[in-house]
Design a protein around this ligand. Structure first.
Ligand code: NDP
Length: 328
């Protein structure tokens, strides 16, 4: 029987246990496309799945990993044939459907997008779900009618995955980017990605006033909680904020003041169930707009054997930029 290497999470006494092991191809779940996975990545949600710190995994055993790039091996889906290079983000992969930290995945063809021609599979996963989410956030701000002429843009969780890609995208488009980080030592890294100003995370950590001094026209927030409340209260009249993360918490201790007195908008960003048309738009913009040198500067690469140990690291906010998992 055919087997392949995979990280597998099993239920164990008092929680769960993750191990690098072999997996039977016959035990893959239903799907009309089988993919040889070449690269995956480490996202915040993968950290939650690997550690069990939040109930991300809804089925056991589970192969974690919410995104991959790979090559189609077998397909009964009309859009895909063997040899096609593909990318997958979300759709419950690594949560309810066996995921990406494996040499093989079987998924629905409807979930896949083509690997953009100008990106290698490694670059696509250096972007990964974090970078695709950053692009979805930029698209939301643009749809609001904002542009670099509107004023500065703030990015929170700046040295993380979403934050790093958001900075690079906004800076390349000409925005004055204000990067909020808890890691002062990463100032040079953030400037290298294109940040014009660095502010300390603590500036956005005090309880938010209903309205505060207007500091930016746009925001991309990966942190949530008090940080997002402060970002909102400091957004200029008519501005907008894209909320995509919860690295600082799930709550949102704000008031209606920024909305009804400054007319600002808060856009929710979801990458997991985003419709195909939006995904393809995001990936084609990433292929066109993301500076490859900036992408390389924010990326480190690990093997499948190192991924389990990296779970607690990303949850502790110690991971810089993006981590690619090279698989086969
Ligand atoms: P990372 O861990 O790479 O980045 C998160 C960053 O947030 C950290 O690097 C750190 O940045 C900052 N941070 C961490 N802990 C805290 C804290 N307690 N208080 C304030 N800031 C903190 O994760 P990702 O970039 O992969 O993901 C970021 C967030 O976006 C996560 O919450 C994730 O779940 C969410 N996400 C949501 C998606 C969606 O579909 N909506 C898709 C992808 C991600 P610094 O050191 O610079 O302060």
């Amino acid at each position: 029987m055919a087997t392949f290497k995979a990280v597998v999470i099993e239920k164990a006494e008092g929680g769960q246990r993750a191990a690098l092991t072999t997996f039977d191809e016959a035990d893959l779940m239903e799907g009309d496309v089988t993919v040889r996975v070449t690269h995956s990545t480490l996202n915040y949600k993968d950290g939650l799945a690997l550690t069990g710190q939040a109930p991300v995994v809804r089925r056991f055993p589970m192969i974690p990993g919410i995104d991959f790039a790979g090559v189609v091996e077998q397909s009964s889906h009309p859009d895909w044939k063997p040899g096609d290079a593909v990318v997958l983000n979300g759709w419950g992969t690594g949560e309810t459907h066996l995921g990406a930290y494996a040499e093989k995945a079987r998924v629905k063809g409807d979930w896949l997008v083509p690997l953009p021609a100008s990106l290698t599979p490694q670059q696509a996963m250096a972007i990964g779900t974090a970078g695709y989410t950053a692009m979805l956030s930029v698209l939301a701000l643009e749809r609001h009618g904002l542009s670099p002429a509107s004023g500065p843009a703030v990015v929170t969780g700046a040295a993380g995955g979403v934050g790093s890609v958001a900075i690079a995208l906004l800076a390349k488009a000409g925005w004055h980017v204000i990067a909020s980080t808890g890691r002062a030592a990463e100032a040079e890294y953030l400037r290298g990605l294109g940040a014009a100003e660095i502010i300390g995370r603590e500036e956005l950590a005090k309880p938010a006033k209903p309205l505060a001094k207007e500091r930016w026209a746009a925001g991309i927030d990966a942190v949530g909680a008090t940080t997002l409340a402060n970002v909102l209260s400091m957004t200029r009249y008519g501005g907008a904020v894209a909320a995509c993360g919860l690295a600082g918490g799930m709550d949102l201790p704000t008031s209606v003041a920024p909305f009804i007195l400054r007319g600002i908008a808060l856009y929710g960003i979801d990458s997991v169930m985003a419709p195909q048309a939006l995904r393809r738009e995001a990936w084609s913009r990433l292929a066109r707009d993301l500076d490859h040198a900036a992408l390389a500067a924010m990326t480190t690469t690990i093997g499948l054997d190192a991924v389990i140990d990296q779970g607690p690291e990303i949850l502790a906010g110690r991971t810089r930029g993006r981590v690619v998992v090279a698989i086969s």
